[in-house]
Design a protein around this ligand. Structure first.
Ligand code: HAM
Length: 513
């Protein structure tokens, strides 16, 4: 058996389908890829050892063609029994995107724009202003903010010493940096609260899998400087509306309160005492965590720990009066707004800065990496970062997770505004005119494109079709152009004076791009 990283292929028993073509990557020359479907068709060809293919070449991507697909059980791995011959070869790409990252390609753009546009619309509707903070911060911002004993800080941060010898970290989340900016930039002296939103790239070194990336994107909303539970409710309402407006259905909102500095220490003590009495029912990792962060045991998923976890004391039963009042008021507002929720006593979240309200939104089919978004209150965070006590609350939602869910739920993504005009020319003189006309159209707010090079007229029309242009505009010999509607079967060509073209196009399509 060859070790093939994320997906294992048993070469000795591998059955190709008749006449299928596979791309074979020589072992060890390509980094592992997963999560992008590539491994469905890509198999590494062993270059060494008894099962090596005779034509396998190191450093070359080989496309091999199956020509003998007789079913074999207990496949003989001698080289001459490989049922493929090399069809074509091409040099292996030297560089690939780092594991756990994605290239967002032009075909993906409409879905991203769809989600981002909705984020902006919801921000506008609820009066949130945009903020952008640096991609990296001093490491202490996350150590102190997110918490030294969290998985994120312990294992997942991309931390490096810069050339000045300072420890920096690519942000694993947005809230700590936003609160740092709030404190540093004097936002406390503005009318409170400050309602902010942002879209950010985030970095966590974790094992990539479906829905879990090392570089991913979050939409983040924060209300800083407000203790009223109405702020918590407003954020939940905003998050819920964002998903609904995108077309997501059957999501579930899980809520809990984990208390504050006043009541949480006693609760954590109770929790730790309980776990110490039930060590036998806990896994190794839980026992280790018990010493650093007992609260985090509650969202352990391993089946062997579940019996003990089910019986654990619940934070909501150990809240002080203020926290209880806050929790009840929050849920009252959420309920009043008609948003359904489930109180989940084991919801604790993976970041240490939370106080009181915590929540998550789950998809209809819950998997290990499926939480679409989560948030909570962080009234102690500003102080942890050296500022004055400042209440705050917010949520973040992963864009990749939203996109996966949109796909799972078959939500149709609207296409991005289409191309209005494709200007077509016959010769060099016409090309100059075509360029001038394309520039005039663009300056007038009408989208326009044209071919580079000196393509034949037929090829230019082909390019116009491929680009999905609404009209082809053929440059004529005089002061007029031929306008052809490409979306109408057998559409007539009609003559339009160049001076009238902008008005004609705007009239036909409305004054849009
Ligand atoms: P979080 O729960 O760690 O919270 O992350 C928020 C969301 O980011 C998750 O629900 C998920 O959609 C997405 N996400 C997290 N890790 C990954 C990953 N490895 N790959 C893809 N998506 C991922 C926070 O980050 C807090 N800052 C939220 C917050 C804002 N709390 C208060 N304000």
């Amino acid at each position: 058996m060859q070790r093939l990283g994320a997906r294992q292929i048993d070469f000795d028993n591998f059955m190709p389908t008749h006449q299928s073509t596979y791309k074979f990557y020589p072992a060890r020359t390509q980094p592992e890829r997963s999560g992008d479907g590539l491994l469905d068709r890509v198999i590494r060809l062993p270059v060494d050892g008894p099962s090596a293919h005779p034509d396998a070449e190191r450093g070359v991507v080989q496309e091999l063609h199956a020509f003998d697909a007789r079913p074999r059980v207990g496949f003989d791995v001698q080289a001459q029994h490989w049922p493929y011959h090399v069809k074509s070869t091409m040099p292996a790409l030297q560089f690939q995107a780092p594991r756990g990252t994605q290239d967002i390609l032009p075909d993906d753009a409409p879905s991203w724009a769809f989600v981002e546009d909705e984020m902006r619309r919801q921000a506008r509707l609820a009066n949130y202003s945009e903020i952008r903070t640096p991609t990296f911060e001093e490491t202490g911002v996350f150590q102190r903010g997110v918490g030294a004993s969290t998985d994120i800080v312990e294992k997942e941060m991309y931390t490096f010493l810069d050339k000045g010898g300072d420890s920096m970290t690519l942000r694993p989340e947005g809230t700590a940096g936003i609160v740092r900016a709030y404190l540093q930039r004097g936002m406390a002296s503005r009318p409170q609260p400050v309602k902010l939103f942002t879209e950010l790239t985030t970095f966590r070194y974790d094992k990539p899998q479906k829905g879990r990336f090392r570089e991913f994107h979050q939409i983040d909303f924060e209300v800083i400087g407000e203790a009223d539970p109405l702020a918590d409710a407003e954020l939940v309402g905003l998050q819920w509306r964002l998903y609904a407006a995108l077309g997501l259905r059957n999501l579930s909102l899980q809520v809990n309160s984990i208390g504050d500095q006043k009541c949480r220490p006693a609760y954590i003590q109770k929790l730790a005492d309980y776990f110490r009495q039930h060590l036998d029912g806990l896994c190794e990792e839980c026992r280790r965590r018990l010493e650093t962060n007992p609260l985090r045991l509650l969202d352990e998923k391993k089946p062997e720990c579940q019996a003990v976890l089910e019986g654990a004391p619940r934070s909501a039963d150990h809240l002080c009066d203020e926290c209880r009042t806050h929790f009840e008021a929050w849920l009252g507002y959420v309920e009043g707004a008609g948003i359904p929720f489930s109180i989940n006593p084991r919801l604790v979240r993976g970041l240490d800065y939370y106080t009181r309200s915590v929540w998550e939104v789950w998809p209809p089919v819950v998997g290990a990496q499926s939480t679409i978004g989560g948030g909570g209150r962080y009234d102690g965070l500003a102080e942890q970062l050296g500022g004055r006590p400042t209440p705050g609350v917010g949520f973040a939602t992963g864009i990749e997770r939203i996109l996966l869910e949109l796909k799972d739920q078959d939500v149709a993504i609207p296409s991005i505004a289409d191309l209005c005009a494709f200007v077509v020319y016959r010769d060099e003189g016409g090309k100059r005119l075509a360029f001038r006309l394309a520039e005039t159209l663009r300056a007038s707010g009408i989208s326009a494109d044209m071919s580079f090079g000196d393509r034949a007229l037929r090829k230019q029309f082909g390019a116009a079709d491929k680009a999905g242009a609404h009209y082809a505009i053929v440059i004529g010999d005089d002061d007029s152009v031929e306008l052809k509607d490409l979306r109408r079967e057998g559409g007539e060509q009609r003559k339009v004076a160049i001076g009238d073209l902008v008005a004609v196009l705007k009239g036909e399509r409305g004054a849009t791009e």
